[in-house]
Design a protein around this ligand. Sequence first.
Ligand code: FAD
Length: 473
Amino acid sequence: MKQPINRKKFLQLSLLAPLSIAAKPLQFLGESPGELLKNNENVVYYKAGDAEYETLRKGFNKRIDKKPAVIALCKNTDGVAAAVKYAARKNLPVAVKSGGHCMEGFSGNNGGMVINLSAMNNIEWLNSEAIKLNPGCKLAQIYDALLPKKRFIPGGSCAGVGIGGLVLGGGYGLTARKFGLTCDSLLAVTMVDGTGNVISSSGNDELLWACKGGNNGNFGIVTELTFTTQHAPATMQSHRFRAYKVDAVRATAILQKWFELTPLLPVDCFSAFVLNGRTLYILLTNVGKQTASVQSFISGLKEVTDKTTNTPPQPLAKALKAYYGRTYPMYFKNASAGLYKNFSEIESFIDKALSIVSSTQGMIYQVNTLGGNIMNPEFEKGSAFPHRAFPYFSELQTYWEKPSQEKRLLERFQQVQYIFNSNGINAQYRNYPDINFNNWPELYYGSNYKRLQQVKAMYDPANLFRYEQSVKL
Ligand SMILES: Cc1cc2nc3c(=O)[nH]c(=O)nc-3n(C[C@H](O)[C@H](O)[C@H](O)COP(=O)(O)OP(=O)(O)OC[C@H]3O[C@@H](n4cnc5c(N)ncnc54)[C@H](O)[C@@H]3O)c2cc1C
């Protein structure tokens, strides 16, 4: 089912009035737009002052406000190659944007070029199992296209996240324990390198390896992603456990119990421990059978929480929608708070962290189950994602409505982070980055960082693709 973007659709998507193409020369860069656009409508350039510029420069996080010199809205791989060559000629650092959900705004920059792939959102079936996606596809769009055909790729839960950023950093979700990370279903990529050359990963295992968890804007712009799809589970059911007005002591005790019980879960299940201020919420989802060990998990949690609700098995397409989240921009800060092997890694200090979280309205500490098939040695060998040995991934979040609330919440956020960092937590998930992680190469990529530097030297020797935490030469 090919859905090509024709010119009309592209212009609609780009919010562009056709007349404005000719009316806005890029004189600020000393280059005539005619040369760039007349013969090449695969890419349209915008600068400050264009109405479209304001829309296109924004991401999902309203906390971040960046102003690139130029935004290149691309229609296809040729457009991306032309934009990269243009940026190279002008020595403009390049950031890449697919779904715009980067938590630290690394898909934007100040004074450089942003290559915007949001209009590249085609889904093409190659055969009954394999699909080719453009990076601007959003998760809800992908699930909507795949599930009616009873096929699935294990992505994340939020509807608006772009497949580009998600898969290039790894990608976990409700079915990752069953099927692996999103990047484990990736078969091939097409990429534009730092000189504007179009490269294929076929016959190039090193490039594919690096794009599975190690290429968030690091050494090339991925324009096509080929995935194998899985047979979609028919249904998903869920349980929710709640405890109210908890303090740090009770939250810590329940967290310890949760860690003790999670090994009971089969790979069909996912669980998350979520402390939101003083309200504790634990989620269990299951796309398989309600086995005796799942029942034991449920009974164990019922003993220590205040209320349990359950949603009986629903068709997967319907059940996933419950986790789609907000799709419009918000003020927030969200960052990885460590990957753990077990509770003992955090036992000595977690009560201090939970004490700050439980006394701060608007702050959330969450631990998610990984493990299962994410630990498959074949997946580990084939990908740059370095953290497979950790069955738990935690994150810290805080949300606010008015800019005046930001300062206090970010101070509290950093206090919690300091507790984790000073207690030796030394693995973080790159898709939940934090600008304040000093030793980010080791935290995000572990021992794979050196190998990623070699890939960077091969495809982006001039370091065109760069931002605060991009892989360095
Ligand atoms: C609300 C929300 C929910 C989330 N839920 C999940 C979840 O369930 N599971 C999970 O694993 N993660 C989740 N994340 C994190 C998410 O995986 C990352 O933010 C991801 O990088 C977003 O991808 P994007 O394309 O939307 O973002 P973008 O901001 O467009 O890009 C993110 C990063 O990838 C780079 N990049 C993007 N496209 C390309 C490309 N084509 N070629 C090269 N580099 C590229 C960018 O330069 C940037 O560094 C969530 C994030 C948010 C904000």
